[in-house]
Design a binder for this molecule. Structure first.
Ligand code: UD1
Length: 418
């Protein structure tokens, strides 16, 4: 299994281009199931999760043509010959459940494995299911599968108990071709929801007020093909911003959207990092001493849970005591144990971590326990004395496009060993 070997890096400098957003492209790929016409997607990053989703689409009978150099995907769901997803394929990523909404809309039935728990929490799909039921689907759970069918979906009023990103996306995709009007209340407002809604509207859907907590969807008879460029990945952008901060660097991010990065920019400023919005991109400059900060993860526009681990790495070497509260997932501090092995001083109690900044981290062997924890360890390794070995980096490959190439370009000393 591959691992990263990372030496202490100099201050990072240079320019890095942010890739298309993993969490935007995955639902958008699923949305292509809604039309028999071809959809063309630009800025599709070559990530393990993206390949896994494309394999799922192919297994349902969809034609997928992907140029991973140009990062362009052509998807044609002329026929959706299968409506059952195999466990082996679905188990690779939780987003596999996002084909449920489009399959119900297009084929009025679907049989998908119930996504299991994962390292960061149990991650149920009850809110997705409540939404489909409200739209008129009959749902049965048996032998680890969710079976859904309907005659037609009918527009309705749906209130989400929590603004779940996945549930909002799945319900949105089911409702676009339902009879009548659907209103989703307490919907997620993440930029990835906006990107999906914009793609669906290009396909002919009638969605209004997306990006707000009450979304209205007027059902249409059918959808057509569309061309779309996926938004830049705000989590990748945040990761590079912290990479610059932790190494005392000065880098320019291109293809990043400042409006998506408000909470991240604010936290970095609290940590004494300078952020400048230029016409060329976002400049991150960390010349002063890093200072402790408190953060609490929340749905957008709050601080993203996907950057909690990476910011914990930053706090381990920031002067003072930082308090980090995770409110979105119940078990998302697995990286803390690995950071402690590198000399960090962290105490966790349930959803709260208290981090006392140390003068230096020291290299050792550590393990990526999940995608973002892996990224957090990469950043910590760049400031640790000695050579850090990070195993299980397949987690990192799920969601970061060319991570080591981009870091090496900025001056980091990182190599992959198979
Ligand atoms: C998406 C992102 C993930 C990110 C998360 C929160 C993708 C592919 N993944 O995941 O990177 O960390 O948003 O920003 O876009 N929940 C329920 N019932 C449900 C659905 C969710 O209780 O039916 C709970 C979850 O267990 C979790 C919280 O709601 O505690 C947030 O989950 P959700 O917003 O649905 O995250 P995902 O869409 O799975």
């Amino acid at each position: 299994m591959s691992k990263f070997i990372i030496s202490k890096s100099p201050a990072l400098s240079g320019k890095v281009e942010i890739s298309g957003a993993k969490n935007a492209v995955l639902p958008i790929l699923c949305a292509c199931l809604l039309t028999e016409k071809e959809c063309i997607l630009n800025s599709v990053p070559p990530l393990m999760d993206v390949y896994a989703m494309m394999d799922i689409l192919k297994s349902l009978g969809v034609k997928v043509d992907y140029d991973n150099v140009k990062q362009v995907a052509r998807i044609k769901a002329e026929k959706v010959s299968k409506t059952k997803e195999e466990y082996e394929m679905a188990g690779k990523l939780r987003a596999s459940f996002l084909v449920m909404g489009p399959l119900l809309a297009r084929r009025q039935k679907a049989k998908l494995p119930l996504p299991g728990g994962c390292q960061i929490g149990t991650r149920p799909v009850d809110l997705h299911i409540k939404g489909f039921t409200a739209l008129g689907a009959k749902i049965k759970q048996e032998h680890g599968f969710v079976m859904a069918k309907c005659r037609r979906l009918t527009g309705t009023h749906i209130y989400l108990d929590f603004p779940s990103v996945g549930a909002t996306e799945n319900i949105l995709m089911a409702a676009v071709m339902a009879d009548g009007v659907t209103v989703i209340e307490n919907a997620a407002v993440e930029p990835e929801i906006v990107d999906l809604a914009e793609f669906l509207n290009k396909m002919g859907a009638k969605i209004t007020d997306y990006g707000k907590s009450t979304i209205t969807i007027k059902g249409v008879k059918n959808l057509k093909g569309a061309k779309h460029t996926v938004i830049p990945d705000r989590i990748e952008a945040g990761t590079f911003m912290v990479a610059a901060a932790i190494t005392g660097g000065d880098i320019l991010l291109t293809n990043a959207v400042p409006d998506h990065l408000g909470a991240i920019t604010s936290k970095l400023k609290e940590a004494n990092v300078e952020i400048e919005e230029l016409s060329r991109g976002i400049r991150v400059c960390a010349k002063g001493e890093l200072l402790a900060f408190d953060l609490k993860t929340m749905p957008f526009p709050g601080f993203p849970t996907d950057l909690q681990a990476v910011f914990m790495s930053l706090s381990t070497v920031a002067k003072g005591t930082s308090v980090i509260t995770e409110t979105v997932f119940e078990n998302r501090f697995l990286h803390a144990g690995e950071l402690i092995r590198m000399g960090a001083e962290i105490k966790t109690d349930g959803r709260i971590a208290v981090v006392d900044g140390v003068k230096k981290l020291t290299a050792t062997q550590v393990k990526a326990t999940d995608l973002r924890a892996g990224a957090a360890l990469v950043l910590a390794a760049m400031v640790a004395e000695g050579e850090t070995e990070i195993s299980d980096i397949f987690h990192v490959d799920r969601g970061y496009c060319l991570l080591e190439e981009k870091l090496i370009n900025l001056g980091a000393q990182i190599r992959r060993e198979e």
